[in-house]
Ligand binder design. Structure first.
Ligand code: FAS
Ligand code: PHB
Length: 391
């Protein structure tokens, strides 16, 4: 099989990239190891930056988002006895949208169906070949066991943390940075209306808690837990009791309303960056190149930004033989990647309880400075609501 671009991974980065390339008349083949239903149902991100929403609008993917998503002007920062609201629109003129990654994934899948996009789901044995030249290829076993080789002009690894693309870049040609945090998130999805109009990020001596949501009827909440947490140790009552304590139930008359939990998972917290995000005719985008702790709600938005930068670069390369944007892709993308990596680390270390009492005092001082002062609040707002893509 021959095509122009092979994309490994049908997550948000892979499907958005195929959509953006398709709009430029660039043909691609997408290969995905999981089933479509799995990819569309796994509960992950929930917040879209304003630049993500603007991009989706511009390429015909903003319709359902605008109808069913929920625009938020800001967030609440909370610690025992105090809750402060940060209004991003007042501070930096930008909002964010609550719209689950599952919904974006479905919108992307439907758009690719309409465009007649070739997506091979449930493949195995994906391998990348000849990326040092300009005739790379990808081989895999299709879902029916057929061996397939796709030859292309470029291969894009959108295969997340555990795909083959990262490993296809020779050790001597790459540099990686990583940090594992000494805690994880226990995430729950609950069939209960949110007890708050905007997200609550809470510092508490027991640990961090976050009250998010997916709709007017579905809440999404997280608790900081030890990294080796066993879900069996967290029955629903304990989860709700701990969420109530950390989020300030009863404080100034605020109540946390519990409800049926429909999904539970433990999410490890880590930062990871690989440089460069290109090697020869292999490009990397999204989690394949970088991982952020979800505290700053950046993972999905970074995947979108990478795709938005890579599409015009590949178009110029393949249509006009102009490699300038492709040659600059890694450096341009990494500016945003490191800004978001720092912001996600900053939010995480500010909000997650540590065992060191000195740290706790530093965190409380920083939180008060951010929550009650213009400078700190503006810094958080600028990063959380998102910088322009390609800044
Ligand atoms: P993805 O991981 O979404 O997609 C990569 C795709 O490649 C997958 O579908 C995978 O099956 C496929 N693949 C892997 N190996 C392959 C192979 N060998 N062959 C073919 N296909 C292969 N971000 C937030 O902002 N907020 C959150 O709350 C949040 N929660 C998360 C919870 C979990 C459990 C995880 C894992 C991530 C979470 N994230 C969150 C981050 C997440 O949203 C990612 O940033 C986002 O999915 C990145 O999109 P992609 O880069 O497309 O990677
Ligand atoms: C979510 O709704 O899943 C969510 C929101 C904000 C975050 C992380 C996760 O920082």
């Amino acid at each position: 099989m021959r095509t122009e671009v092979v994309i490994i991974g049908a997550g948000p980065a892979g499907l958005l990239l195929s959509h953006l390339l398709g709009r430029e008349g660039i043909e691609s083949v997408v290969v995905e190891t999981r089933s479509r239903s799995h990819v569309e149902s796994r509960v992950r991100a929930g917040i879209l930056e304003s630049s993500t929403v603007e991009l989706l609008d511009a390429v015909g993917l903003g319709g359902r988002l605008r109808r069913e998503g929920d625009e938020h002007r800001g967030i609440h920062l909370q610690w025992p006895g105090e809750r402060h609201r940060l209004d991003f629109v007042d501070l930096v003129g930008r909002s964010v949208w609550v719209y689950g990654q599952t919904e974006l994934q479905k919108d992307l899948g439907r758009a690719r169906d309409v465009a007649g996009q070739q997506i091979h789901y449930e493949v195995t044995g994906t391998e990348v070949h000849d990326i040092d030249g300009d005739r790379p290829s990808v081989t895999f076993l299709d879902s029916d066991g057929t061996e397939v080789r796709v030859e292309a002009r470029a291969v894009v690894g959108c295969d997340g943390s555990f795909g083959p693309s990262r490993a296809a870049v020779p050790e001597k040609a790459k540099q990686t940075w990583g940090r594992a945090y000494p805690y994880a998130w226990l995430g729950v999805l609950a069939d209960v209306p949110p007890s708050t109009d905007e997200l609550i990020y809470a510092w508490h001596p027991h640990g961090f808690a976050l009250h998010s949501m997916r709709s007017a009827h579905v809440s999404r909440l997280y608790l900081q837990v030890p990294p080796d947490t066993d879900l069996a140790d967290w029955p629903n009552d304990r989860i709700w009791d701990e969420l109530a304590a950390r989020l300030g139930h009863g404080q100034d008359g605020w109540q946390l309303t519990p409800g049926p939990i429909t999904e539970k998972s433990v999410l490890p917290m880590r930062s990871f960056v690989m440089e460069p995000m290109r090697h020869g005719s292999l490009f990397l985008a999204g989690d394949a190149a970088h991982i952020v702790p979800p505290t700053g709600a950046k993972g999905l938005n970074l995947a979108v930004a990478d795709a938005a930068l890579l599409a015009p670069a590949l178009t110029a390369l393949l249509r006009e033989n102009d490699s300038r944007l492709a040659d600059a892709y890694s450096a341009t993308a990494l500016r945003r990647v490191w800004r978001c990596t720092h912001f996600s680390w900053w939010m995480t270390t500010m909000l997650h309880a540590s065992t060191d009492p000195f740290d706790a005092r530093l965190q409380q001082s920083q939180l008060r400075w951010v929550a009650t002062g213009q400078a700190g609040a503006t810094g958080l707002a600028e990063n959380y609501a998102g910088l322009p893509i390609g800044f």
